[in-house]
Design a protein around this ligand. Structure first.
Ligand SMILES: [Zn+2]
Length: 119
């Protein structure tokens, strides 16, 4: 029981580390060579299915399901705000990811609490 919890903790750490590596390599190489970043995303998905660990929403919202790339606005995706309260990430591959704006996972903590608002 305790070992299983430890394995899941390690799996979560590995997923977040792979996400960081994928984001870093995508930022460095841009559209030139996303293959290694895609490989990191595929590995993170495999780890989450093998150890039955949910990918944290902050990470999952930044992954494209179709082409397994990390969504970085301005580099490989466009961001639109839909009128019905959804944030839409449009990947270069053409797929769309809709995220509801009221979810806490989308907004940073200080913005969700209203500390960053200007008066
Ligand atoms: Zn895509």
């Amino acid at each position: 029981m305790r070992e299983e919890r430890l394995m899941k903790e390690i799996a979560l750490w590995r997923i977040s580390r792979l996400f960081d590596l994928a984001a870093h390599s995508t930022e460095e190489n841009g559209k030139e060579s996303p293959a290694i970043a895609r490989r990191y995303v595929i590995l993170a998905r495999k780890i989450s299915t093998h150890y039955k660990v949910k990918i944290p929403p902050g990470i999952k919202n930044r992954m494209c399901k179709e082409c397994n790339s990390i969504l970085l606005p301005g580099l490989n995706c466009r961001v639109r705000i839909a009128s019905n309260g959804f944030l839409v990430y449009i990947c270069d591959c053409g797929s769309q990811k809709k995220i509801h704006l009221t979810k806490k996972s989308v907004m940073p903590k200080n913005m969700a609490q209203g500390k960053n608002r200007q008066k």
